[in-house]
Design a protein. Structure first.
Length: 336
């Protein structure tokens, strides 16, 4: 079991800044996120997007901001559980929470901060026969956490965006057989990536199946075949596969949070703006996932919320204890 002072659900920019603010008060943070890397929407959806409303930065790229936040939090040694989603949250007593992920990981925390942006990102699943039968380690996955898992395996990727193209290019040197399926003849990804995929197909390093959709998946205990249907002729073709990765994007949803007895309004968590606490003592909500009068969904506002939340969380964890923030400099670098 993982033990920490604050369990932060969501590793986007607001969750990452919460590490720093909590660290100043000598509180340890453990972050949990369903995405396989930190950064939330910034890293997953638009890492190259310029952001203009961060103090001190006339312009900063989304991924650069994430990298800087990680560097800022580094002195406080945060820990992470990535690629897993919190399924259960149990308050056992004041200052005693138990969180459980979909993979069975347990996190014990003194308080909980929900910083999940618009909610947890869930994969957009195609309407394919038997798909759910082969989830949970049986061949169908919606994210690639460890590329080496697919070495010398037969892989089918479905999709036409940057993720599908990038993973096709990368895994072409890893898998024994790799097939990319796309419903159209044109791709939504970067032109350079499209050119590389076309070159791989022409050289026979991958199989490229265009104007086709996934139809069904089949096998015994594990995935063995993926059946596709050609859009124009409706002809069906079976492809031998150990793994199928449908990459059709992610959609934000509250998910299990809806069952945690929090006050929710229009798919957002109601909070007290004094400290961004929820109706359950010890649970806070910061960033885009919360709601209050005159709420602005800005990263800057989330940073402000993280600051006030941290001071309140300290008082909740350490009732009656006064705190001071101290730091020294070593070679011009602050150490907390």
């Amino acid at each position: 079991m993982i033990s920490t002072d604050i369990a932060v659900i969501g590793a986007g920019p607001v969750g990452l800044f919460a590490i720093f603010e909590a660290g100043l008060l000598k509180m340890r943070c453990h972050l949990i996120d369903y995405l396989p890397q930190v950064g939330g929407q910034l890293s997953e959806i638009y890492p190259k997007k310029p952001i203009y409303d961060i103090p001190g930065y006339p312009s900063v790229l989304a991924q650069e901001l994430v990298d800087n936040l990680m560097e800022q939090a580094k002195p406080f040694h945060p820990t992470f559980t990535l690629g897993e989603r919190i399924e259960g949250l149990e308050k056992r007593a004041e200052g005693d929470f138990l969180l459980t992920t979909n993979m069975g990981t347990e996190v014990h925390a003194k308080c909980v901060v929900i910083a999940g942006g618009l909610g947890c990102f869930e994969p957009r699943k195609p309407a394919v026969e038997n798909l759910d039968k082969f989830e949970n380690g049986k061949g169908v996955n919606y994210m690639i956490l460890d590329p080496e898992k697919y070495r010398d395996q037969k892989m089918v990727i479905a999709g036409g965006g940057d993720s599908a193209l990038d993973w096709t290019i990368y895994l072409a040197e890893v898998c024994s057989e790799l097939t990319l399926i796309h419903r159209s003849e044109s791709f939504r990804g970067a032109p350079d990536s499209v050119a590389k995929v076309m070159s791989l197909a022409e050289s026979g390093k991958i199989n490229l199946v265009l104007n086709s959709n996934l139809h069904s998946v089949n096998g015994g205990d594990k995935l063995e075949q993926v059946e596709v249907v050609q859009n124009r002729t409706m002809e069906k073709t079976s492809i031998a596969a150990d793994h199928l990765i449908p990459l059709f994007g992610l959609s934000p949803k509250l998910g299990p949070i809806e069952a945690w007895n929090l006050n929710i309004s229009k798919s957002a968590i109601e909070v007290n703006t004094d400290d961004y606490s929820t109706n359950i003592p010890g649970i806070y909500a910061i960033g885009d996932i919360n709601t209050y009068v005159n709420k602005l969904k800005l990263i800057l506002c989330g940073f402000h919320e993280a600051s006030l939340m941290s001071h309140s969380a300290y008082k909740y964890i350490n009732p009656g204890v006064k705190y001071t923030m101290k730091y020294t400099t070593v070679n011009g670098v602050a150490e907390f």
